[in-house]
Design a protein around this ligand. Structure first.
Ligand code: CA
Length: 759
């Protein structure tokens, strides 16, 4: 009947033009064919879809009409057979867009879901695609050639899962999952009933595209199991997937069940690791971790029993501690199921590690994690490096790890005398662009040939672009903006992502309305006299979700700001942002933020997150508030507001509040940041205002990597360095505190060199 209806529509269309009629005849033939062959139906709305689902028989194909399906919760229940599955698909792959508050759940046997795109919305429930309806599971089913792109809840910490796999023998292949911005796993395999255990799922040829740093636990890209069921078997296979800058948090993959295999995946510039967090009998083989020296890129971490890690390629990984290239952890004696099982009878052999900075044995050793690895091996690995020449760290007794036949480049230190042979650092780039040692060495460690196990273009939905959507600063066009009132606002509102707004040398720009920064934008003056920007509103620039701001060679002046407390030059959105922002202030002058009290330079709000804040060669003078308050996550859940802060070559004078107030509380160990570098900075008469409640001019609370060097602090408050767990690295070097406060720290584990305190 639906076939007839469709035919009528096609016939009407046919009258319009000859071309169209040809098209229509073709469509008719195809349609008649599909109706005749499979009992298929083209459905144009949810009612039709539901009716088609209810009527579906083995072999039925339910085809969703092209177009935008807004606010649809699709329930697909059916019983196909191996030979004749029931399929839910798109009229044209990629042209069925599911948007708004939408999701899809399915259950039954031999179902196929294909060719659908989820974007411009988010799920109203806890999952976007779920292999379950109520208590009924999907088995022997397949999700293929689908896309979930930026389908993120606008509330950053309203957690959901994009693909939740239940049941048994399901396949997830050739899908693109890109840009998850809120908390929650991208793809999870659940095992919470017997019917979902020993499931044998296959996850293959998927493109796990860029995922921003979450700044909290709960940003895993793939998770198999949960701690509660971690001693049960999943027997899943994750193979031939491409993880492209899948950052999130430090577990790109969180393995939490037994019997899983991770084979032939590529991890390209991913900040994080493949972690065997729980579960035994895991195989990790022939995976390529390509860090290219990017920050916080990691490799493989062993916890638990009977784990096999072999023939993996690890290049240019910089992550330290738990995020090293190769890590074997200490465990907790008789560990509770949610803590750290001792490493037993596990091996890490035949791996090739090039220019990767950290290999760690007995990592995490402390009072609780005192059970050292036993019956384990580290054999025939090659570690060739010219980046960190002291790559091994031994935290505890490694006698339970047999070290044998390892090759280490002759410039690098080895952890123990036996089991490591020195070889030349002889590495060249092959035709594929991978760095490789000579064949003899590869043969000696039993690695085989160096070749990417899967190419990026072999993965993901065939019709969907893998181009980056986020435009970097300066990638657009240059737009000249004349001096005057609201000329800058007008130009800003007309701008496109990546554009450069070029102001006049010495020009004066007054804004009488808020400047909303909705995409990456650069505002600059050429070398020479800086253009001056003033605002009559409570903040000059408000970085909205998706926004990023670069200011170059600009003078910011507070003289026209309202006489109200709590002004700021830059503010984040007042609401949760599910897209990270960036801020660059370079060669700028900021002065007289003194209209009323607590006039900040940067004000951040809860559940906002900066990938980076850079203040370079800038002077800031006469400010009644703080330069940056990034301390909005006070619940101590390990959530924080910024990943990277870099302040360089800058001078701050007469700032009543703090220059930096950065806070990451809690004891969570699943993130890398905040990471801060402060160098060649002068601070005068600052941090002493009565409203500066933190009592310091530089506050670093829970910063994971801190480097403060060549800093002169005159007549100011001191430094508050509060180190939380996670082995933070804090280095203070060449610091002069003259007539100022002291360095106050809760711990003496930071490194200090040449600190002078002058009274
Ligand atoms: Ca985690």
């Amino acid at each position: 009947m639906r076939c007839t209806q469709n035919r009528r529509i096609v016939m009407i269309n046919q009258k319009h033009s000859f071309n169209r009629s040809l098209y229509a005849i073709l469509a008719l033939i195809i349609f008649a064919f599909s109706c005749g062959q499979q009992g298929g139906s083209l459905v144009k709305n949810l009612d039709e879809l539901n009716a088609a689902v209810a009527a579906a028989q083995p072999g039925t194909t339910i085809t969703m009409a092209n177009g935008v399906w807004e606010n649809v919760e699709i329930v697909f229940i059916g019983k196909g057979t191996k030979e004749s599955p029931i399929t839910l698909t798109a009229e044209t792959p990629g042209e069925v867009i599911i948007s708004g508050q939408s999701n899809l759940q399915f259950s039954g046997e031999y179902l196929v879901v294909s060719n659908l795109v989820f974007k411009n919305g988010y799920t109203p429930t806890s999952d976007v695609i779920n292999f379950r309806t109520g208590n009924n599971l999907a088995n022997n089913s397949r999700l293929t050639n689908c896309v979930i792109d930026n389908f993120s809840n606008p509330e950053r910490f309203d957690s959901d899962t994009w693909v939740m796999v239940h049941g048994k023998n399901n396949v997830v292949d050739h899908n693109s999952f890109v840009g998850k911005g809120n908390q929650g796993v991208t793809l999870a395999i659940r095992m919470d009933t017997l019917a979902s255990q020993e499931n044998g799922h296959i996850i293959e040829y998927n493109y796990f595209g860029p995922r921003q740093v979450l700044g909290s636990n709960g940003g895993e890209t793939v998770r198999i199991g949960t701690s509660h069921y971690s001693r049960s078997y999943s027997n899943s296979i994750v193979r031939s997937n491409y993880f492209d800058r899948a950052n999130g948090e430090h577990e790109i993959i969180s393995n939490k069940s037994c019997g899983n295999q991770f084979i032939g995946n590529v991890f390209f510039e991913c900040q994080g690791t493949l972690t065997m967090r729980h579960g035994h009998h895991t195989l990790v083989e022939n995976n390529y971790f390509i860090g290219n020296g990017k920050q916080s890129t990691g490799g493989i971490r062993i916890i638990n029993e009977y784990q096999t890690v072999r023939k993996n390629y690890l290049f240019g990984l910089t992550g330290h501690r738990f995020r090293g290239a190769l890590v074997i952890m200490n465990g907790v004696p008789n560990s509770p199921i949610n803590r750290y099982n001792q490493v037993v009878d596990s091996e890490m052999n035949n791996n090739l590690v090039i220019d990767s900075d950290y290999i760690q044995f007995c990592a995490g050793s402390d009072k609780e994690r005192s059970a050292v690895p036993v019956g384990s091996a580290f054999k025939n690995n090659a570690i060739l490096t010219k980046t960190n020449l002291d790559p091994f760290t031994v935290y505890d007794d490694i006698s339970g790890i047999t070290m044998e036949g390892n090759l280490v480049s002759d410039n690098a230190k080895v952890p123990i005398a036996t089991g490591f042979e020195k070889v030349a650092y002889d590495v060249t780039k092959n035709a594929e662009g991978l760095w490789v040692p000579n064949d003899k060495l590869l043969e000696k460690i039993g690695f085989g040939k160096v070749a990417l196990p899967v190419a990026k273009n072999q993965t993901g939905a065939s019709y969907y672009s893998k181009d980056d959507l986020v435009k970097p600063f300066g990638s657009g066009v240059e737009i000249k903006v004349a001096s005057g009132t609201n000329t800058l606002l007008k130009a800003l509102n007309a701008s496109k992502p990546g554009d450069v707004l070029m102001l006049e040398n010495g020009g004066k720009y007054l804004m009488t309305k808020y400047a909303m920064i909705k995409h990456p934008i650069t505002i600059k003056t050429n070398d020479g006299a800086k253009a001056m920007i003033q605002s009559e509103k409570q903040n000059f620039f408000q970085i909205e979700n998706g926004g990023a701001l670069q200011l170059q060679n600009i003078l910011i002046d507070g003289a026209e700001s309202p006489d109200q407390a709590g002004n700021s030059v830059i503010s984040t959105s007042k609401y949760s942002m599910n897209k990270n922002y960036a801020l660059v202030v370079e060669n700028c002058e900021v002065r007289d933020l003194d209209k009323n009290y607590a006039f900040d330079f940067l004000k951040s709000y809860k559940h906002t997150f900066a990938d980076s804040i850079n203040i370079i060669n800038t002077t800031m003078t006469n400010i009644t508030g703080s330069i940056m308050n990034l301390d909005q996550e006070m619940e101590d859940l390990g959530i924080y507001n910024v990943e990277n802060v870099n302040i360089k070559g800058s001078t701050f004078t007469d700032v009543q509040g703090a220059i930096t107030n950065v806070y990451r509380g809690g004891t969570d160990e699943s993130t890398f940041g905040p990471i801060m570098t402060i160098s060649d900075v002068v601070i005068n008469n600052s941090g002493k205002g009565s409203r500066n409640k933190i009592g310091a001019v530089l506050r670093f609370h829970g910063v994971q990597k801190l480097d403060v060097s060549n800093v002169k602090i005159n007549g100011s408050a001191g430094i508050d360095l509060y180190q939380t767990n996670g082995d933070p690295i804090s280095v203070l070097k060449n610091i002069e505190l003259k007539d100022s406060g002291k360095i106050i720290s809760n711990s003496n584990t930071y490194s200090q060199e040449n600190i002078s305190i002058i009274k």
